[in-house]
Ligand binder design. Structure first.
Ligand code: HSE
Length: 436
């Protein structure tokens, strides 16, 4: 395209929240991309569905793959979703024939990113995806472009707004996960089928992508360790609060020697931790990188306007022919970094439910001592005399294996009333020094 003043002919597949938002945004901002973005064709499941945007001026395709194959578009915008099926087929068709692709599809990139990046390079078609991670929060280009001169140590984030909303509501209202989820579904804040969100899968897709860019490695979704918010109880939120922590769904990609660890799980964050302060449906990403130190991005991770703005930013890059390799470096330069499993070392929160009778604490601490687990703090909720009571403790840094052995032994004690709950503590230490 270069310096020619040609318009970029845009074909959009998927006219849901984001697709509709993109049509509105481009209609509201005709000067975007120097006025050189022209939607020419669209595809969606149902042509007759009532829509806010008038689509009568665009060529209609029932099949997104046919739109992707059309010689009359310069860029295929994929807003269908899903790691496989029509989204993948259509993106492969577009890239295969040298048509640029802009997508918001995190699942597709996390699972098939390396193969799609190779295809993009083969045909010199761009594959851009700012909207796939953090919606309107600009983290993809920040890592790929603005931070390309840094050495990233870790990327941590709150990357699923639904989960963060549910945890925030549980804490604020004192209601159970099930109650808060049902309410959020009624009010349209959670999907009718919330599985991908609450299971941690959506956040894992996103952190796999950020990890790939940050560490110049192909995304490796199969190796991510994932636990969602569906296991978080109000009791743990309350007890963590008494100890000065918030429970958040933490998504993290970090260097471990020559490998990368990608994990998503509930974690206790000290209230002063930058990510502990992110409430409601907001997203946040915290990048620790030398020599810049710690950077925190906060923004709207979903919604028509913010996500459409991220798609539009990618389209504008294409207007000016400004784009990098898919994961920041050419595929052949991506490192073969193995992925490693869950952290084996750290500080942990342990919550027990025990019968309220003399000698219980001695029995519990005896098992911890035997396994070599050092207790950092200990708190018993007074509860009601005679009822089972929660005991929570936090550990000094130590091996998870030793803690597991102690917890297994405690679970088998006659005084234990329910399975113990262990949650890692993320203290936010380890920020790289700021070089001057
Ligand atoms: N469902 C996601 C969330 C937004 O709740 O954050 C799109 O990835």
């Amino acid at each position: 395209m270069g310096g020619e003043q040609k318009s970029l002919r845009v074909g959009i597949a998927g006219l849901g929240t984001v697709g509709g938002g993109l049509l509105n945004l481009l209609a509201d901002q005709p000067e975007a991309g120097d006025g050189r973005l022209k939607v020419t064709a669209v595809s969606a499941r149902d042509r007759t569905r009532k829509r806010e945007a008038d689509i009568s001026a665009y060529a209609w395709f029932d099949d997104p793959c046919e739109l992707a194959a059309s010689p009359d578009i310069d860029v295929f915008v994929e807003l269908i979703g899903g790691s496989d099926g029509p989204a993948k087929r259509a993106v492969e068709i577009a890239l295969g024939r040298g048509t640029h692709v802009v997508t918001a599809n995190k699942a597709l990139l996390a699972v098939h990113g390396a193969a799609l990046a190779a295809l993009s390079e083969k045909t010199a078609a761009a594959l851009l995806y700012e909207a796939a991670v953090g919606g309107g929060m600009p983290i993809v280009k920040a890592l790929k472009e603005s931070l390309a001169g840094t050495h990233v140590v870790a990327v941590s984030g709150i990357l699923n707004g639904t989960c963060n909303f549910l945890l925030t509501e549980m804490e604020a209202s004192g209601r159970s996960f099930e109650d808060v989820l049902a309410d959020a579904q009624r009010r349209g804040f959670a999907e009718a089928d919330p599985t991908t969100d609450v299971s941690g899968t959506d956040a894992a897709h996103k952190i796999c992508i950020l990890g790939a860019i940050a560490f110049s490695a192909a995304p490796d979704f199969a190796k991510a360790t994932i636990e969602g918010v569906d296991t978080v109880t109000l009791l743990d939120i309350r007890m963590a609060g008494k100890l000065g922590y918030k429970i958040k769904l933490l998504a993290k990609a970090e260097r471990v020697g020559e490998s990368v660890r990608v994990h998503v799980h509930p974690a206790l964050l000290p209230v002063a931790h930058p990510l502990a302060q992110i409430g409601g449906a907001l997203n946040a990403a915290m990048v620790d990188a030398e020599p810049v130190g710690r950077l925190t991005f906060i923004g709207r991770g979903a919604g028509a306007g913010p996500t459409a703005a991220a798609v539009a930013a990618d389209l504008i890059d294409l207007v000016y022919d400004a784009h990098r390799p898919v994961f920041g470096r050419p595929v052949k330069a991506l490192k073969q970094r193995g992925s490693v499993g869950a952290a084996e070392q750290g500080r942990y929160y342990v919550r027990l439910l025990v019968h309220d009778r003399p000698g219980v604490i001695a029995a519990v601490s005896n098992e911890l001592g035997r396994a070599g687990v050092s207790i950092e703090s200990f708190l018993q909720d007074p509860g009601e005399a005679g009822a089972d009571v929660p005991i929570v403790l936090t550990t000094r840094p130590g091996p998870r294996q030793a803690l597991n052995a102690a917890v297994d032994a405690i679970a088998g004690l006659e005084v234990t009333a329910a399975a113990p709950r262990v949650i890692p503590i993320e203290d936010g230490a380890g920020a790289p020094r700021n070089w001057s």
